[in-house]
Design a binder for this molecule. Structure first.
Ligand code: NAP
Length: 309
C-alpha cells in the first residue's frame, strides 16, 4: 500500500516539485494539503495541521514545505499525530532547533528526513568519489542569482530565520559538505544586509582546513545578479586534481574536460529515498550545511547596504 502523504505549505516549491513528484511515485498517495490560502485540486485542503488531524483522514507522513522559521512547532505537531516527516531545506533556522527536532522524532519513533535537494545529482556523486582520500587546498564557490527571479514576492526570506542569500547559498554548501573528504570550517566573512532587511543579500566567506594546512578556500553568494545565474564550485587538491561543478552541480569538469552532464531529477530522487527510509524506519539528518551557515553568521562582519526593493 502506498504511503499516504499530506503536503504542508503550498507555495513555489510544493507546486514546482513536491506535488508533481509525489504524483509520479507509486510509493506515495497524496491525501491532503495544508495551507492557509491555497487549494489543491482533487484532495481536501485544511487550514492547519490541527484541522487535518481533526478530520480523521488517514495520513502516514507529511512533507513540510513551509519556510524554515515556522517548521519546528509544525514538525512537532505532526510527529505528535504519529506522522513521519520530510522537511525542505534549510531544515530549521538554527542548529539548536534541528538537533531538538531530531531528538524529538527519535523519542517519538518517527522518521525524520531532512532533505538537501542539490546533493541528488550524479555529477556531485562523481566529484565526491574523485576527491576521496585527497588533500583539498583550493575551493571557490560562486553562487549568484537574481532574488526577484527565484523568490518572487516572498517576504519571509528577508525576515529573521529567512536566511537571505544563504537560502540558495546553503545549497552550494550542501554539495561542498557532501563532496569534500574532510570538513572545512568558517574562518571569516563579510555579510551584506540591506538596510530594510534582517537577512543578507550578499556574502563573502573564507574557510579554513581543520589541520591548519595552508589552503585557499572561499565562497561568494550574491542575490543581485541580473544576468543569468552562476552556480559553480571549483575544487583543487595538492596532487593537482582540478574539479569544476557547474550549473548548480549538474556538470562536472575534471582537469578542464567535461566528465559528466547530469540530467536533473533531484526531487524524484528525494521521494525515492524517502520511501526507502520509511520502509527501513530510518531517519536521515545531516546538520553540516546548516552548521557552516550558522558559523558564517557567528564569525561574519555585517555591513549595511542599499535597501532591497
Ligand atoms: P513560498 O513560495 O513562500 O511558499 C512557502 C509556503 O509556506 C507559503 O506558500 C505558505 O503557504 C506556507 N507558510 C506557512 N506558514 C508561513 C509563514 N509564516 N510565512 C510564509 N509562508 C508560510 O516559499 P518556497 O519558495 O516554496 O520555499 C519554501 C521552502 O522550500 C524554503 O525552505 C525554501 O528554501 C525551499 N526551497 C525553495 C525552492 C524554490 O525554488 N523556491 C527550491 C528548493 C527549496 P500557505 O499559504 O499555503 O500556508
Amino acid at each position: 500500500m502506498p504511503y499516504r502523504i499530506a503536503v504542508v505549505g503550498i507555495g513555489k516549491i510544493a507546486r514546482d516539485q513536491h506535488l508533481p513528484c509525489i504524483g509520479k511515485n507509486r510509493n506515495f498517495a497524496l491525501v491532503a494539503g495544508v495551507s492557509r490560502s491555497a487549494r489543491i485540486e482533487g484532495v481536501p485542503t485544511f487550514e492547519n495541521l490541527s484541522a487535518l488531524k481533526a478530520s480523521k483522514l488517514k495520513v502516514d507522513c507529511v512533507a513540510l514545505c513551509t519556510p524554515p522559521a515556522v517548521r519546528l512547532a509544525m514538525a512537532r505537531e505532526a510527529t505528535d499525530c504519529g506522522w513521519h516527516l520530510l522537511i525542505e531545506k534549510p531544515p530549521t533556522p538554527t542548529v539548536g532547533e534541528l538537533l531538538a527536532l531530531e531528538a524529538y522524532a527519535r523519542r517519538k519513533k518517527r522518521v525524520l528526513y531532512a532533505t538537501w535537494h542539490s546533493r541528488y545529482n550524479k555529477s556531485v556523486d562523481m566529484a565526491k568519489t574523485r576527491l576521496k582520500g585527497r588533500h583539498v587546498d583550493f575551493l571557490r564557490v560562486t553562487w549568484k542569482e537574481d532574488v526577484h527571479k527565484w523568490h518572487p514576492g516572498q517576504a519571509w526570506i528577508w525576515q529573521p530565520g529567512g536566511f537571505g542569500v544563504f537560502d540558495p547559498g546553503i545549497n552550494a554548501l550542501s554539495i561542498v559538505t557532501k563532496i569534500l573528504p574532510e570538513p572545512i570550517f568558517a574562518e571569516s566573512a563579510t555579510i551584506e544586509v540591506p538596510a530594510n532587511a534582517a537577512t543578507p543579500i550578499g556574502a563573502d566567506i573564507r574557510f579554513k582546513r581543520g589541520d591548519g594546512a595552508p589552503a585557499n578556500l572561499s565562497a561568494v553568494f550574491d542575490w543581485r545578479q541580473k544576468a543569468s545565474e552562476i552556480w559553480e564550485i571549483e575544487v583543487g587538491t595538492r596532487d593537482g586534481l582540478r574539479l569544476h561543478l557547474k550549473n548548480g552541480g549538474s556538470i562536472l569538469e575534471v582537469n578542464g574536460k567535461t566528465a559528466h552532464k547530469a540530467v536533473l531529477h533531484e526531487y524524484e530522487d528525494i521521494y525515492a529515498r524517502f520511501a526507502r527510509l520509511l520502509k527501513a524506519r530510518k531517519s536521515e539528518v545531516d546538520p553540516s550545511p546548516l552548521q557552516l551557515v550558522s558559523d558564517c553568521f557567528m564569525l561574519g562582519k555585517p555591513v549595511v547596504v542599499e535597501p532591497v526593493s
